[in-house]
Design a protein around this ligand. Structure first.
Ligand code: PGA
Length: 247
């Protein structure tokens, strides 16, 4: 039985005071949850998050990492640096980075490899745009995105978390139906099964307008092992409701 995982992706949001209040509320609520929980904060706040969550079962992660080892890469953050402070996860290949920063499949795969090399668990995001879905290209797009990671990581692929995030559902309030999401998760699981015998134990998260009131139906699907939560991860009550739904 796979344990459910709920990851908050704060994106470029937060402040020292807001983070402290949010984390304090989550720390109060977490006793009711039986799922794994993590929050991915902007880089400058990771030290604060690490300090406030120390000794708690809540994990934390970054929203990106460099594909390179430390060196002359202005503005980048190396996986080795994150790992040094107890970072557990690094989101890689989020659609906002693919679309706004031109990150391609191979770069995303290289980032996942760098994360794993430093004992971070990469959360590899895949997902189609609305135009691709309407053109019937969903399966080919997500398979191509995952395939780059499978080829680059080889047998280590079983150590990643995959997140299916249809781009048209991110921040739009338009969630994939549980059946639509499950269909893609099943495809991704089958693709992983061809690459590793551990595919049945891998966590595949759904992301895209997950809220307290739709989380339970999504998480009830056979291949949906939790969620990657954007907007609703910024409010303690909303995030807590999603964590309860995963418990
Ligand atoms: P959303 O974002 O929950 O606000 O749709 C999800 C994500 O981008 O990870």
């Amino acid at each position: 039985m796979r344990r459910k995982l709920v990851v908050g992706n704060w994106k470029m949001n937060g402040s020292g005071a807001a983070n402290a209040a949010l984390l304090s509320d989550l720390l109060e609520a977490h006793a009711q949850w039986r799922c794994e929980v993590a929050v991915c904060a902007p880089f400058p706040y990771l030290a604060q998050v690490s300090e406030l969550l120390a000794g708690s079962p809540l994990a934390w992660g970054a929203q990106d990492c460099s594909a390179n080892e430390p060196g002359a890469y202005t503005g980048e953050v190396a996986a080795a640096m994150l790992s040094e402070f107890g970072c557990r996860y690094a989101i890689v290949g989020h659609s906002e980075r693919r679309a706004l920063h031109g990150e391609g499949d191979q770069l995303v795969a290289d980032k996942a490899k760098a994360a794993l090399a430093h004992r971070l668990t990469p959360i590899v995001c895949v997902g189609e745009t609305l135009a691709q879905r309407e053109a019937g290209e969903t399966a080919s797009v997500v398979k191509r995105q995952l395939s780059a990671v499978i080829h680059t990581l080889a047998h280590c692929i079983s150590e990643v978390v995959v997140a299916y995030e249809p781009v048209w559902a991110i921040g739009t309030g338009r969630t994939a139906s549980p059946e639509q999401a499950q269909a893609v998760h099943a495809l991704l699981r089958a693709q992983l099964q061809a690459a590793t015998e551990k595919a049945g134990a891998m966590q595949i998260l759904y992301g895209g307008s997950v809220k307290g009131d739709n989380a339970a139906a999504l998480f009830a699907q056979a291949d949906i092992d939790g969620g990657l939560i954007g907007g609703a991860s910024l409010k303690a009550a909303d995030f807590a409701a999603i964590c309860r739904a995963a418990s």
